[in-house]
Design a protein around this ligand. Structure first.
Ligand code: GLN
Length: 204
């Protein structure tokens, strides 16, 4: 079986561990480089991306993590995790850096203060083997994707003021969603990520 880590410096770690375990994989929190080397894939949870960015550096995790990502370790970022996997941010907070990997421009807190949090039904059939069962997506001070490079596959979007904003994307071994699938009890995004991790391990 594969081992999947959940970055555990800040954010909603427990819910991701529970959902991964429900998918039948070994899941463990990752706070130190010694834990990072034990995992075949990593979930970057929601939380506060500026705080996670700061703690990654303080815990000496940023560099080993970037090396593993560059070497092809699969990663899934939700909300703040999506921000961390973006190559570029719109109006980055002073000094805020990202790990990068996904060729895209992301806007933090994009949906605006008046709609701090909301829910929407998404159709992810293209990546879920034709399964059109709507996915209830929970957005909490969520980012959206403003621009994607040619190699980024848009898996789902939400329409805002007539403009379609990507909220789920994939590029090679990296997956990201603006929303929080760990809070709804729908394991399909985690199951998709588990398939990506298994695939990467079989290919290695
Ligand atoms: N607004 C947060 C940030 O910019 C993300 C919110 C979340 O992860 N729920 O980091």
């Amino acid at each position: 079986s594969v081992s999947i880590g959940v970055l555990a410096v800040q954010g909603d770690v427990r819910e991701h561990l529970d959902t991964l375990r429900a998918c039948g994989v070994h899941a463990l929190p990752v706070r130190r480089p010694a834990e990072l080397v034990q995992v075949d894939g990593l979930v970057l949870p929601g939380g506060e991306s500026t705080t996670i960015d700061r703690l990654l550096r303080a815990f000496h995790l940023a560099e080993p993590l970037q090396e593993r990502l560059a070497a092809g370790m699969p990663a899934y970022g939700s909300c703040a995790g999506m921000i961390l996997l973006a190559d570029r941010l719109v109006e980055a907070h002073a000094g805020q850096q990202t790990l990068g990997g996904l060729d895209m421009l992301v806007r933090r807190n994009a949906f605006g203060r008046q709609v701090d949090s909301f829910e929407a039904d998404l159709d992810l059939a293209d990546v879920l083997g034709g399964d059109h069962e709507p996915m209830r997506a929970v957005f909490i001070r969520a980012p959206w994707v403003e621009e994607v490079g040619d190699d980024v596959e848009v898996l789902a979007s939400v329409e805002v003021d007539g403009v379609s904003r990507p909220v789920a994307v994939r590029q090679d071994h990296l997956l990201a969603t603006s929303f929080h699938p760990e809070v709804t009890g729908d394991p399909r995004i985690h199951a998709l990520f588990v398939r990506m991790v298994r695939q990467a391990r079989d290919d290695a």
